[in-house]
Each structure stands twice: as structure tokens, then as C-alpha cells.
Design a protein around this ligand. Structure first.
Ligand code: NAD
Length: 442
């Protein structure tokens, strides 16, 4: 084991604000896997291997056997929601998984009931739930969430807790003065500033309890200087933002390939239809704006028109999301990509991805929870950029551009795991194999 990583002993609590489609799909999935009814497909932490040492050594353990992660059977789930439905009921409404699959783990799901939410309708207009905390100030709400966390830990006999935001996308906000330093944020709490979004109340409470926080939505939440400062002060790991599923996943797979071969792109038009509650929330322009900002940055960073004007200087990038109830959670996306090659000759790529949003998101939630718990046990505090592999708009150190190319993100993730465990980094240079060959011949 690495020098400073503490073992994953005892039970890990995963608390999620927002027990909707994504959260219930994770919970039902882990329950099914623990009953031996399914496999954790899509979870890198559970099914992917990592190469260690030289290619010739043939050391390729499963990641879960290489780093000390919490075991799936040691996880206890919980959360908050503005609707009082237990997880079985909420999963039945979300209709991501088949009813027979939910019924096979019904006992586990019915046992998980949401705690009352911190909610302010000003941030999510299209929801009208009433399972909401009655405390009136943002400070009192922080205290209530802190109490929830402590009670959950005690009642379930947990060793550690992590929080993953799976709540709705809040309305767009910029990182204003109130969030520019921890002192300013404290003042904002003192005057009960209504600019503080509910997600930040959970996040602030988590960090004060020493609980790592991951943000699965595009809300800023922990991506403001005040919260980064708090994370360092409390010695807690944070990561965000916005789970990378569906269309953006495809973009960060395809765009690096086009860029790698110096093929030009002059247009990328992306449109989506989806009919789940997430789609309903995003039907509101303020909430869509938050998502749009998160999705747009991806191509700009990978293709970088400023540095490569001949190839990407005129790139026109457009994203649309349309709420279309008949599709439910089965999102359909179309991408029309206008590319050009040798001597400027034009070509087109069309991608029609009939994906299942929450099926793609669920293993991401699991991996993020397990890895941020690992980071915390390795005393890695503040922003965990190595988890950007899973995120659409990765949070980085201030001023540092995010890395969106999924292959570089994977390398960063794997090298971080090697680093934690005291293994050699892998650069893929490979010249040493040839040097050795020459030496054996001579
Ligand atoms: N599904 C995906 O593939 C995907 C990908 C990237 C990001 N996300 C983000 O993940 C989040 C969850 O997605 P989903 O499909 O499960 O949505 P969902 O609408 O099914 O679930 C969100 C839940 O959060 C609850 N909620 C809203 N505000 C809350 C608050 N303040 N406190 C507690 N609960 C609150 C809602 O009542 C709802 O049950 C969304 O923000 C979405 O944008 C999802």
C-alpha cells in the first residue's frame, strides 16, 4: 500500500442531495450487484484494470484490487429530496430501470427515505415539492444539514461519509463578490443573503463536517474561491462539476481524435431530446443557461481555435436541449459535425446516440464517491482535478485551464492512482525497450 493512504475499514456513507433518476439508479444498481443479480458495467473502479511497471512485466490488476477502495457491500446510501418518496417509489417514477429489477431489491430501496431538503424555488422554478426544511435562515439550514450528517453517521454506524450532489441543475449564477473569499461568504451567511444557493448550503455543511463533496450538476457550488478556501481550511477533498454522460462524453471521445489527426472542424451542431425531470428543469431558460455554459467549454478547450486558426478558427458550436416527455430518461442526441481534410475538402460526421442518461451517470456517481473517499484517506485536500475524467466542466486550480480530452483525463486518473500507491508514473515513451534491445544485441 502507498505510504500515506489509510485503509478503507468500516462502512462508507454516500449521501446524495437529490434522490431522482440518477441517484435511485445508483442505489438500485449497487443493491442488485450486492445481491449477485448484476455486474457494475461502466464502473472503471470496479471493472477496469491498470497497468503497473513496464509493459513486459504483465502487471495489470483491477483498480479495486490495486487501491484501497470501500467495498460495495460496505456502502450505506441516503440523501435529501424535496419530494418525500422513498427510493423504491422515486425509482418507479423515474422509470429508468425495469419494475421487475426494482422489485428484486425492493426491501433495500423502501428502507431509504429522503431527509427534508434545503430548497429555494427561486433556484429551480419547475419543481414544487414540499418535503422541505422549515429553518428560515441559510445559517440555520447549514446547522440542520450538519445535524443530518452526524445523525446519519451515528445511526448507521459509519466510518466515513461522502456527499455527491445529484439534485437538479440550479439557475445560472456567476461567482460574485459574496463568494470571492471565505470571509465574504461568512458575511453573506450572517446577513442571510438569498444569493447563496441551496447546493452551497449542503456543500458548506459537508466541509464543516469534514465530509468530501462532489458536484454532479453544472451549478457552481464548490467552484468558487470561498468554498475552495474552506476545503483547504477544513482539509477536505472537493470535485466538480457536471457528470460527463451522453453527448459530451461522445464529444470528448471524438474531438480529440479529429484534433490528433489535424483534421479541421468548421461546425458542430448538437441537439438533444429528453423527457425526464432533469429535462423538465432544463426547460427553464435560467437552468438551461447553467447547462449550456458547462457543455460549451468542452470543444473550445480540445480544439482551441486561437492556437489552431487554420483548423478550428471558424468553428460554429451550437447546443440545444429540448424537453420531450415521451422519451423519458432515454435521451436521444444528434450531432452534425462539419469537418474538412487535405486541401480543405469537406466531409460530415453524423452521430445519433440513443442513450440512457442515468445508466451512463450511475457508475460515474459510484466511482466519484469511491475515489473522493480514497483522496480523503490519502490526505489529498481541495480540488481533485484527477477526477475530471468523469466531469463535463472540470474544476481546476484557479487560472488553470481544464483538460477535456478523455484520454488525457484517463492518464491523469491512472497516474494519480499510481502516485498514491507509490508506483512509477507511465509516460508511454517506451524508448527504454529499444535501448535494452540494442544493448542485448551488442
Ligand atoms: N442523468 C445524467 O446523465 C446527468 C448527466 C450530467 C449531470 N446530471 C445532473 O445530475 C442531476 C440529477 O439528474 P437526474 O436525471 O437524476 O434529475 P432528477 O430531476 O431525476 O433528480 C433530481 C432530484 O433532485 C431533487 N432536488 C432538486 N433540488 C433539490 C434540493 N435543493 N435538495 C434536495 N433535492 C433536490 C429533485 O426533487 C429531484 O428528485 C441534475 O442536476 C442533472 O443535470 C445528470
Amino acid at each position: 500500500m502507498g505510504n500515506n493512504v489509510r485503509n478503507a475499514s468500516g462502512k462508507l456513507g454516500i449521501l446524495m442531495p437529490g434522490l431522482g433518476a440518477v441517484a435511485t439508479t445508483v442505489i438500485a444498481g449497487v443493491a442488485s450487484i450486492n445481491k449477485g443479480l448484476a455486474q457494475p458495467i461502466g464502473s472503471v473502479s470496479q471493472l477496469s484494470r491498470i497497468r503497473l511497471g513496464k509493459r513486459t512485466e504483465d502487471r495489470n490488476p483491477l483498480i479495486k484490487d490495486f487501491v484501497p477502495l470501500a467495498k460495495l457491500e460496505d456502502i450505506v446510501f441516503g440523501g435529501w429530496d424535496v419530494y418525500a418518496d422513498n427510493v423504491y417509489e422515486a425509482a418507479s417514477v423515474a422509470k429508468v430501470l425495469e419494475q421487475s429489477q426494482l422489485d428484486s431489491v425492493r426491501d433495500v430501496l423502501e428502507g431509504i427515505k429522503p431527509m427534508k431538503a434545503v430548497f429555494d424555488r427561486d433556484f429551480v422554478k419547475n419543481l414544487d415539492g414540499t418535503h422541505i426544511k422549515s429553518e428560515s435562515t441559510r445559517r440555520e439550514l447549514v446547522e440542520a444539514v450538519r445535524q443530518d450528517i452526524r445523525d446519519f453517521k451515528k445511526n448507521n454506524d459509519l466510518d466515513r461519509i461522502v456527499i455527491v450532489w445529484c439534485g437538479s441543475t440550479e439557475k445560472y449564477m456567476e461567482s460574485g463578490d459574496a463568494f470571492s473569499s471565505l470571509a465574504k461568504l461568512e458575511e453573506a451567511f450572517d446577513r442571510n443573503d438569498q444569493q447563496i444557493p441551496p447546493s452551497m448550503v449542503y456543500c458548506y455543511a459537508a466541509l464543516k463536517e469534514g465530509v468530501p463533496y462532489v458536484n454532479g450538476a453544472p451549478n457552481l457550488t464548490c467552484d468558487v474561491p470561498a468554498i475552495v478556501e474552506l476545503a483547504h481550511e477544513e482539509g477536505v477533498a472537493i470535485a466538480g462539476k457536471d457528470f460527463k454522460t451522453g453527448q459530451t462524453l461522445m464529444k470528448t471521445i471524438v474531438a480529440p481524435g479529429l484534433h490528433a489527426r489535424a483534421l479541421g472542424v468548421e461546425g458542430w451542431f448538437s441537439t438533444n431530446i429528453l423527457g425526464n425531470r432533469d429535462g423538465l428543469v432544463l426547460d427553464n431558460p435560467d437552468n438551461f443557461k447553467t447547462k449550456e455554459v458547462s457543455k460549451l467549454s468542452v470543444l473550445e478547450e480540445i480544439l482551441n481555435g486561437e492556437k489552431n486558426p487554420e483548423l478550428y478558427g471558424d468553428l460554429y458550436h451550437k447546443i440545444r436541449i429540448n424537453y420531450y416527455p415521451p422519451h423519458g430518461d432515454n435521451k436521444e442526441s444528434w450531432d452534425n459535425i462539419d469537418i474538412f481534410g487535405w486541401l480543405g475538402y469537406k466531409m460530415q460526421i453524423k452521430i445519433n446516440f440513443l442513450c440512457r442518461d442515468s445508466i451512463l451517470a450511475a457508475p460515474i456517481v459510484l466511482d466519484l464517491a469511491l475515489f473522493i473517499d480514497l483522496a480523503q484517506r490519502a490526505d489529498m485536500h481541495g480540488v481533485q482535478e484527477w477526477l475530471s475524467f468523469y466531469l463535463k466542466a472540470p474544476q481546476t486550480a484557479r487560472g488553470l485551464p481544464a483538460e477535456h480530452d478523455i484520454f488525457k483525463q484517463l492518464m491523469k486518473l491512472q497516474n494519480t492512482l499510481r502516485h498514491i500507491m507509490g508506483e512509477d508514473m507511465i509516460t508511454h515513451l517506451g524508448l527504454d525497450y529499444y535501448q535494452e534491445l540494442i544493448e542485448t544485441i551488442q
